[in-house]
Design a protein around this ligand. Structure first.
Ligand SMILES: C[S@@+](CC[C@H](N)C(=O)[O-])C[C@H]1O[C@@H](n2cnc3c(N)ncnc32)[C@H](O)[C@@H]1O
Length: 300
């Protein structure tokens, strides 16, 4: 059995170019490791959203020069668990993705079922399922795409450890593990990620993930967990810095707006200001005093 040695996969230490809202960020180092270990010919992701996971795979493909064809499938309309959104999300992602990865990657705006028709049976080496997470939906995704998987085929499931609301990946994952005994690996952090080799010619490197003794597996998981947490911390720090910057900007805008408004009042309403000054005088000196002073000002 090959030993897992992170030094053989420096790709997983790369800093991701794409950091955006996502619960996936902690798996980015593992995604980069996987591209290195599997060298897939065709990679498909179901559920791209802001592209954190998808762009991590693409970045590894580009940096390692694996020659992988990549396809990210999403309606970019959202779903009941993730919320719904308009065209701006895909437009923003394209601005990031296209200049970096258009040579080998396509963002496919489609539902998962329709997109499956574009792929020949047995052609996909790596599939990441991260769409709508009810048991029924994720099971349908898995069953629809299983015939597309090659003999080297590996499938990833996200959210295998989320048990709230109607999330049901955990249930399908239990069934998958039972069906592919000795050919799966999982982590519980980052909402859980499960990996299963669905073909019988999976790369030898995966044996370290499938067959290592429990203490060695914990060491491997701990390594990826720590790398993933570091990235999550960087993301949080960036978000906080961004919020502080917006707050400072809003303060500056507020101060500038107040100054402009009082200047406008002074220019556009001189009478109003004189009247207000006169009222102040009245309050200080009484009507008589104020009138006398005003008269002196007018005369001289
Ligand atoms: C959890 S998000 C994906 C998260 C992403 N992998 C990341 O790195 O953050 C799920 C995405 O799946 C998409 N989606 C859900 N069901 C779909 C379907 N049947 N066909 C196409 N897209 C779908 C949603 O539009 C949403 O963008």
């Amino acid at each position: 059995m090959p030993e897992f040695n992170p030094l053989n996969h420096p790709a997983c230490l790369q800093h991701p170019v794409r950091l955006a809202p996502s619960t996936w960020i902690e798996h980015v180092p593992f995604a980069m490791y996987l591209v290195d270990a599997l060298r897939p010919r065709v990679f498909v992701e179901l559920g791209v959203y802001h592209g954190v996971s998808y762009c991590a795979f693409c970045q590894a493909v580009a940096e390692l020069g694996t020659g992988t064809e990549c396809y990210g499938v999403d309606t970019w309309r959202g779903d009941p668990q993730n919320g719904f959104f308009g065209d701006e999300l895909l437009e923003e992602l394209r601005r990031h993705h296209d200049p970096l990865y258009c040579d080998f990657s396509r963002l496919v705006q489609s539902d998962f079922d329709s997109a499956s028709g574009r792929f020949a049976d047995g052609s996909v080496d790596l599939l990441h399922i991260d769409g709508f997470h009810t048991y029924e939906a994720v099971r349908k995704d898995f069953e629809t795409w299983l015939p597309k998987m090659s003999r080297r085929g590996v499938v990833l499931f996200h959210d295998t450890h989320v048990r709230e609301q109607d999330f049901g990946v955990w249930k399908l994952w239990d069934e998958v593990k039972a069906g592919y005994s000795g050919r799966h690996y999982e982590v519980s952090f980052g909402c859980g990620l499960g990996l299963v080799a669905v073909g019988d010619e999976y790369p030898e490197a995966l044996r370290a993930l499938f067959d290592s003794p429990p203490e060695e597996l914990e060491r491997i998981r701990g390594y990826f967990r720590q790398l993933g947490r570091n990235l999550e911390t960087v993301r949080e720090l960036r978000e906080t810095a961004h919020e502080l910057q917006s707050y400072k900007h809003a303060q500056e805008l507020g101060a500038a707006a107040a100054a402009a408004y009082s200047e406008r009042l002074r220019r556009e309403h001189p009478l109003l200001i004189r009247a207000s000054n006169f009222l102040h005088l009245c309050a200080e000196r009484g009507w008589g005093g104020a009138l006398r002073l005003a008269g002196e000002k007018i005369r001289g």
